[in-house]
Design a protein around this ligand. Structure first.
Ligand code: 13P
Ligand code: SF4
Length: 307
């Protein structure tokens, strides 16, 4: 089937199944185009709760579909390809968190949503890149805090909040590969551009050393900022799927990727054809055993309630 026919079939089946398609901003352009909602991890979690639809096709990665399933045990959450994982979520095991908790019985565990359900079940609160600063700033001052699993995001949160955080040495292979040298090259070729940087990036505080007015933002934060900013040109440090969304939401402005090969192969496993097959055959349902989901839900609800 060609792309146009596949699009029509996806839209027809979506209506027939009374389903919604939720897509992350790193998805392929043709997948974003059939979605009812495109956003970041926080927006997707909120939308999954808000939608009255009983069937959610999740065009994203496994931890995102799992989050939707945890928050909505009465809805069917479908992930078109179960191999759409996340190197960051896979870097941390529940045992790692348990070991820290054993050494710090009074400690607080903050888990980035890019974690498996079993890790969320051990956390006190979840965060996304959009609300991590706000959530951590509100935590009690007198207790040790473990931030898992992304060390670059954790270091950014520690810097902004002034809080001392225990960091797990995890990273996203796509963002960790965005380094200071990539930024440096673009500073010279695009001196008038604004720099938008995802806090998972490996350049970390080095980005701010090179470009003190760079904006450290979640993917949705980038879209919002680019829409309202006066600037006409932006250098963007994150996965390149965001460029489609930025061009669409801030027309007439120019977006230059810091690293054009910053591509998440997990996100790209979700093709239009797999979305079609997912709707046609109602596959693959993502569920979390209630004993794990119940504990993970508390940490996620604590997050969704903030901001
Ligand atoms: P956000 O879209 O929440 O900024 O997260 C980025 C990411 O890496 C998701 O996998
Ligand atoms: Fe995971 Fe990184 Fe891909 Fe996001 S971009 S899904 S953090 S591997």
């Amino acid at each position: 089937m060609d792309k146009e026919l596949l699009t029509q079939e996806v839209l027809r089946l979506k209506a027939e199944r009374q389903a919604v398609i939720l897509a992350h901003s790193y998805q392929l352009p043709e997948v974003q185009e059939v979605a009812d909602f495109v956003g970041d991890s926080l927006g997707l979690a909120r939308e999954a709760e808000r939608t009255p639809a009983k069937v959610i096709v999740f065009a994203g990665v496994h931890f995102m579909a799992e989050t939707a399933a945890i928050l909505n045990p009465d809805k069917t959450v479908l992930l078109p390809d179960l191999e759409a994982g996340c190197s960051l979520a896979d870097s941390l095991r529940p045992e790692d968190v348990l070991a820290w908790k054993a050494a710090h019985p009074e400690g607080i565990v903050v888990a980035y949503v890019n974690t498996r359900a079993e890790v969320k079940a051990l956390a006190d609160v979840c965060v996304t890149s959009a609300n991590a600063v706000e959530v951590v700033a509100r935590l009690p001052q007198d207790r040790p805090i473990l931030f898992v699993p992304d060390m670059f995001l954790g270091a950014h949160v520690a810097r902004v909040t002034g809080r001392r955080l225990h960091l797990f040495p995890g990273e996203c292979h796509v963002h960790a590969g965005i380094r200071e040298e990539h930024l440096k090259a673009l500073l010279e070729t695009h001196p008038g551009a604004e720099f938008l940087i995802h806090p998972e990036c490996g350049c970390g505080s080095g980005c701010l050393y090179l470009k003190p007015d760079a904006k450290m933002l979640s993917t949705e934060g980038m879209v919002r900022y680019a829409r309202r900013a006066e600037a006409r040109e932006f250098v963007v440090a994150t996965e390149v799927g965001i460029l489609h969304r930025l061009a669409k939401e801030a027309p007439g402005k120019t977006f230059v990727p810091v690293k054009p090969d910053a591509v998440c192969e997990y996100m790209k496993r979700i093709t239009l054809e797999k979305v079609y097959l997912s709707l046609k055959e109602m596959r693959y349902a993502v569920g979390v055993p209630e004993e794990v989901a119940g504990r993970a839900r508390r940490a996620l609800e604590a997050m969704v309630a903030v901001g």
